[in-house]
Design a binder for this molecule. Structure first.
Ligand code: C5P
Length: 391
C-alpha cells in the first residue's frame, strides 16, 4: 500500500484519471490529487475529491498555507502525472516551478511516472522529443502514449494509456523484486497475415510460452508490455497487453512500446505475407486453375529492435524454433540478428501448442541445455536470468 501523488494536467483524456484513482484505491493505495489549471478544464475538483476520498490541491499558495509544497512533495512513494500535457512535460524538463504541480515535481525526491497525452503533431515535435529525452535521462518513467483514435479527427501516437495500463505501470514501479522499475517488452503468439477479408496465413503458436514469460517477468516486479498476436490464452493480469494481427502491426506496437530495458521475442512471426490483400473474397472459378499466392518478406522485428540505432534495449532475447541442428542454427541466428541471447527449441515434436519445452540458452558465453520443463518453469528461469543480467 503506497502513497500516490496524482497530478492531473490539461488534456481531454483527464477523465481516465478518475478510473485510475478507483483502481489505485481498490488496490489499497492512498491517492492525493493535484489538479492543474488546465486539468480543471476537463475534470472537476469535486469528482477527484469524491473518488480519491482526499483533499484535492490545485493552488500553490493555498497549499502553502495548509500543508506546504515541500511536505506535499515528501509524502508520496510515487508521483504519477496522468495525463501529462506537452506543457507540463516541457516545464519538468526545464525545471520551471510556477504552479503547484511543477513546484512539487521540482521538489520531490520520489520516483516520477509520466503518462503523456497530446495531439500526435505535438508528441512528434522536436521540442517534445527533446524534453522526453531529457526526462528519461533523469530517470523519469513513462507509460504511453498509445497510438489510436483521438478526440480530434486525427490519429497517431498521443493518446493517454488506458487506466488498466497506467495502473499496471504504477504497480510495477511500486513492486519489490529484482526487476522493479524495469520495463520489458515481450512478443507472443502467432501473426495472422491476411490473404483476403476472410482468409489468412498463420501458424500453430499458442502464445503459451510468450505469455508465461510476461507473467514471470511481472512477478519479478517488471513493467511488462506484451505484444501478442491472436491467441486463445487469457490476457495475464498486471501486464499491459497490446493485441495485433500481422507482423507489421506487431513491429509498430513493439516500436511504440520502446524504450525498454529488455525485450523478449517469443512470437512466431510469419516470415512472409501475401503480396496483395484482396479487397474481396477470392472466388473459385469452375474449370479455372486455383489462383497463385505471391508472398513478400515480412519485417524482422527481432533484428530491427536488436539493431535499433537509438532505442536498442540493453538485453535483447530471441527464440529459434528449429527442427534440425537446433543449437548451430541458433548460434548463427544470434549473430545474424544482433541479439544477445537466443532461446533455442526443437519444434519437431509437440512443442508448438504444447505445455512443455526443452530449450537451449545460447549466449555469447556459450550454450546451456535446460531439461524438458513446463513452459511456466522455462519462463521463470528465463525471467530470473534476465533479472541477473540487468542487475
Ligand atoms: O528467423 P526466425 O524466424 O527463425 O527467428 C526467430 C526469432 O525472430 C524469434 O525470436 C521471433 O520472434 C523473431 N522474429 C521476428 N520477426 C520476424 C521473424 C522472426 O521478430 N519477422
Amino acid at each position: 500500500m503506497a502513497n500516490l501523488l496524482l497530478i492531473v494536467s490539461g488534456s481531454v483524456a483527464a477523465y481516465k484519471a478518475l478510473e485510475l484513482v478507483r483502481l489505485a484505491r481498490r488496490a489499497g493505495h492512498a491517492v492525493t490529487p493535484i489538479l492543474t489549471a488546465g486539468g480543471a478544464r476537463f475534470v472537476t475538483k469535486e469528482a477527484l475529491a469524491g473518488i480519491s476520498g482526499a483533499r484535492v490541491h490545485d493552488d500553490l499558495w493555498a497549499a502553502e498555507a495548509e500543508i506546504g509544497h515541500i511536505r506535499l512533495a515528501r509524502w508520496p512513494d510515487l508521483v504519477v502525472v496522468a495525463p501529462a500535457s506537452a506543457d507540463l512535460l516541457a516545464k519538468m524538463a526545464a525545471g520551471l516551478a510556477d504552479d503547484l504541480a511543477s513546484t512539487v515535481l521540482l521538489a520531490t525526491r520520489a520516483p516520477v511516472l509520466v503518462a503523456p497525452a497530446m495531439n500526435p503533431a505535438m508528441w512528434a515535435h522536436p521540442a517534445t522529443v527533446a524534453n522526453m529525452r531529457t526526462l528519461a535521462a533523469r530517470g523519469v518513467h513513462r507509460v504511453g502514449p498509445e497510438d489510436g483514435a483521438m478526440a480530434e479527427p486525427e490519429s497517431g501516437p498521443g493518446r493517454l494509456a488506458e487506466p488498466a495500463t497506467l495502473f499496471a505501470a504504477i504497480q510495477a514501479l511500486l513492486a519489490d523484486g529484482p526487476l522493479a522499475g524495469r520495463h520489458v517488452v515481450v512478443t507472443s503468439g502467432p501473426t495472422q497475415e491476411a490473404i483476403d477479408p476472410v482468409r489468412y496465413i498463420a501458424n500453430r503458436s499458442s502464445g503459451r510460452q510468450g505469455h508465461a514469460i510476461a507473467v514471470a517477468l511481472a512477478a519479478l516486479g517488471a513493467r511488462v508490455t506484451l505484444v501478442s498476436g491472436p491467441v486463445a490464452v487469457a490476457d495475464p493480469a498486471g501486464v499491459a497487453v497490446v493485441r495485433v494481427e500481422g507482423a507489421r502491426d506487431m513491429l509498430a506496437a513493439v516500436q511504440a512500446a520502446l524504450p525498454a530495458d529488455a525485450a523478449v521475442f517469443a512470437a512466431a512471426v510469419a516470415d512472409f505475407r501475401p503480396a496483395d490483400v484482396g479487397a474481396q473474397k477470392m472466388k473459385k472459378v469452375p474449370g479455372a486453375p486455383p489462383p497463385g499466392l505471391a508472398l513478400v518478406l515480412n519485417p524482422d522485428i527481432l533484428a530491427t529492435v536488436a539493431q535499433h540505432p537509438a532505442q536498442r534495449p540493453g538485453l535483447v532475447v530471441g527464440f529459434a524454433a528449429e527442427t534440425e541442428d537446433v543449437v548451430a542454427q541458433a548460434q548463427q541466428k544470434r549473430l545474424r540478428k544482433g541479439c544477445d541471447w537466443i532461446v533455442a527449441n526443437d519444434v519437431s515434436g509437440d512443442v508448438m501448442g504444447g505445455a512443455e519445452n526443452a530449450v537451449h540458452l545460447v549466449t555469447a558465453a556459450g550454450v546451456e541445455d535446460w531439461p524438458r520443463l513446463p513452459k511456466e518453469e522455462v519462463a521463470r528461469r528465463l525471467a530470473s536470468r534476465i533479472a541477473q543480467a540487468l542487475a
